[in-house]
Design a binder for this molecule. Sequence first.
Ligand code: PLP
Length: 405
Amino acid sequence: MLKFPIYFDNHATSPMDPRVLEAMLPYFTERFGNAASRNHKYGWEAEEAVEIARKQIADLIGASPKEIVFTSGATESDNLAIKGAAYMYREKGDHLITAVTEHKAVIDTCKRLEKEGFKVTYLPVRKDGLIDLDQLRGAITGKTTLVSIMAANNEIGVLQPIGEIGAIAKEKGILFHTDAVQAVGKVPFDVNASNVHMASLTAHKIYGPKGVGALYVRRRNPRVLLTPGIDGGGHERGMRSGTLNVPGIVGFGKAAEICRLEMASEGARIGAMRDRLNRKLHEGLDELYINGSTEHRLPGNLNISFAYVEGESLLMGINDVAVSSGSACTSASLEPSYVLKALGAGDELAHSSIRFGLGRFNTDEEVDYVVAKLVSVVSKLREMSPLYEMVKDGVDLTKVEWSAH
Ligand code: PLP
């Protein structure tokens, strides 16, 4: 039995795993203690639960539990990592490096720092969405303190070469932060193998609850120090004060443990489902363009532009499927995705693109439904498209001289 709307938007957020909810429930009721209460059982119980979760999360990324700093989510983790390092190491230098396809939590944090006098290089990406390592090397100066490059992109799912980036950062003696939100729990990620100094994580992309995340902060080789963004009771080694969200953290830990145990088989299953979606769409339709590398990519991601259809009509036609489009609603207009534009996609192709994010609870049956729906909707829309007809008649649209009578 299919349940509508079909949820293919797992990069935005993921449904919570029932096993996670079950682990969390007691911490809303009888185990309600404050993890910072040192004088009674309620506090000890909560603290113990937090420490178990800290280990579960550390184990997923090859870290030690003390290197995990809990936050309210990855937006806060990105802010803490980038601002915290920029401020702490300002005496050493005022230059940061990131990429144009980063999440807004990184880009806007860098923009804020620019207003405060820091200098930021925004690396372009190649057509496949990956950064060029020579360009990264070339951008590093004696004033560079930090490079922040995401592990996996939230729109096109491409995996950046973080092992190589970490090696370059190590060689040059600069810090490497990675927004690992979309990669962790989906593909192998190890902070030591990749020489990562800081990594942002969030629970709600790995079938855990919303509003809880973490920042991995390296403690050895080298020990990373950060200027805190929130001052208060000195929780989380002074890096992030505030009473811990115990039920959320317990859920995050459980979600991380499930990912660690099931990631290999789950990745293979979800990857096969994504390949089925891709194959069947190509069997039913032509003029499809995949955005981003197909080789270096998350198993659950497919981002396709459906040429010669209008983006909004396409989304309206498939309104029983929950997906994201390549357009972002700003206050007044529909802006094409800055990520797709960075790959060189024109506005038209960016607007007519769809991000499919497959996850743990999706099925082949859902894939088949979505393919059938898309083939029918796209074919109908193209019947009304004079451009598509011209292309089918063999006209090369790039050679047409349009006149505006
Ligand atoms: N970074 C990336 C790559 C994301 O996909 C997201 C989620 O939208 C975030 C950061 C923000 O995470 P959170 O929702 O936990 O603040």
